[in-house]
Write a protein that binds this ligand. Structure first.
Ligand SMILES: [Zn+2]
Ligand SMILES: [Zn+2]
Length: 410
């Protein structure tokens, strides 16, 4: 917390300039003392074709302007990969522009990775194309207190799909405990208006750099205060959620380091999973709930035991390697579903972003083969889901799932 407070003083030091300079000097000196000489960051040379537009944002002009973000020592083209029109409706999923204060992202909020078939027995809604227009402060500013994350969109992944807080409509934890809701194997589902959203680490959102657990995770999205959200790793084989001491994550799931400034991390398996509050001044035009959001980080209210996952007894093997194609065996548990399991072969099996091929079933055993891409994220716990198109109980598709069943090894 101390780094967080000192940095905040540095940012808001205009009102008491002398005090601010003093504190900044103390912070600078203590950073020097803490940082090993060989890893002390230097500001990278700005490539000649980039124009600085504010904060850590840069623009490469051209027929199709490219927005780059300085993430530590790298200038990263965050959005080009996600701009294509993957739903083939004539409009790019993500369109980026800027004004003097904001990076402006227009988004269809439409996932560009495999999803479950919706509606299904776990969710009655349909995924619909949205018409979002989000404004992210180019230069995030710390607030004097934390702003609570409201219901509805609280930030955006690089693919234009929105982050929600960990709670569902009734205010209960959507990710853990008896109130856990059915999220597909890419960790999303649609709400009543068809907004597909993530309540936890969206393990299928590709970032421009692969995440192999060998360094600080790349950026996967932004909060509405303009601070970036990174993947789960803070350093080599070290998850940000496990960092202790001075650099431990705060209640918002953020921390400050010398290379990146303040930034958030996703924390798989640990509340608040994405962000727990806004450390920065939030841009209220992004969600009506933000103007009346209270202060303070949200608190976990998970209780009891989730029944999600009871229909899948086991998944074997639980690991695979990059580039490998392997056969995965799912053992089902008929008593894990209220009306028992549907008959016949499943129509769809997915582990994280991997769509299974050659799906077959013998009794309670399902076998499916997956091909792991060479650049798959390493060490991330992937969920799986299984779909049966057999009509039951008024639903077209019966779905089951299991959480954190598979990891990719390097
Ligand atoms: Zn939800
Ligand atoms: Zn970090």
């Amino acid at each position: 917390m101390s780094v967080f407070h000192v940095t905040r003083t540095c940012r808001n030091g205009w009102s008491s300039l002398l005090y601010g300079i003093g504190m900044c000097l103390i912070a600078w000196v203590s950073n020097l003392a803490d940082t090993p000489v060989q890893s002390r960051p230097t500001t990278p040379q700005q490539p000649a074709d980039l124009k600085h537009i504010g904060g850590r944002w840069y623009l490469r002009a051209g027929v199709r302007p490219v927005y780059l973000y300085r993430d530590g020592q790298r200038f990263v083209d965050l959005f080009s990969y996600h701009m294509s029109d993957s739903n083939k409706d004539g409009t790019d999923e993500v369109r980026v522009s800027h004004d003097q204060k904001f990076l402006i992202v227009e988004s269809q909020g439409f996932p560009n990775h495999p999803t479950a078939n919706f509606p299904n027995s776990g969710n009655p809604n349909t995924i619909r194309v949205q018409d979002f227009r989000f404004r992210f402060p180019l230069e995030p500013k710390f607030n004097t207190q934390v702003t609570s994350v409201p219901m509805g969109p609280i930030g955006m992944a690089l693919n234009g799909v929105v982050f929600f807080n960990p709670f569902e409509m009734g205010g209960m934890n959507a990710v853990e405990g008896y109130s856990e809701v059915w999220l597909d194997s890419c960790c999303g589902h649609p709400e009543q208006r068809g907004v597909y959203h993530y309540h936890k680490y969206p393990s299928c959102v590709k970032s421009p750099f692969q995440d192999d657990g060998q360094q600080h995770s790349p950026i996967i999205g932004f909060a509405f205060d303009g601070f970036p959200v990174h993947g789960p790793y803070d350093a080599v084989k070290m998850l940000a959620k496990d960092v202790k001491g001075k650099f431990a994550l705060d209640d918002c799931n953020g921390h400050t380091d010398a290379e990146r400034g303040y930034h958030y991390h996703v924390t798989p398996g640990r509340f608040p999973y994405i962000i727990g509050g806004y450390a920065g001044i939030v841009e209220t035009s992004n969600n009506r709930g933000l103007a009346r959001a209270g202060t303070g980080a949200i608190r976990n209210n998970a209780s009891g035991v989730s029944r999600i996952g009871e229909a899948v007894q086991s998944v074997k093997p639980a690991t695979g390697t990059r580039g490998q194609s392997l056969s995965v065996r799912f053992e089902l548990n008929p008593s894990g579903l209220r009306n028992g399991l549907p008959a016949g072969d499943p129509d769809w099996v997915q582990i994280g972003p991997f769509e299974a091929q050659k799906v077959s079933r013998k009794g309670n055993i399902i076998t499916a083969s997956i091909q792991i891409p060479a650049d798959a994220a390493v060490g991330i716990p992937y969920d799986c889901h299984i779909e049966f198109k057999t009509p039951r109980a008024g639903q077209d598709v019966t779905v089951i799932k299991a959480n954190e069943v598979f990891r990719v090894l390097p």
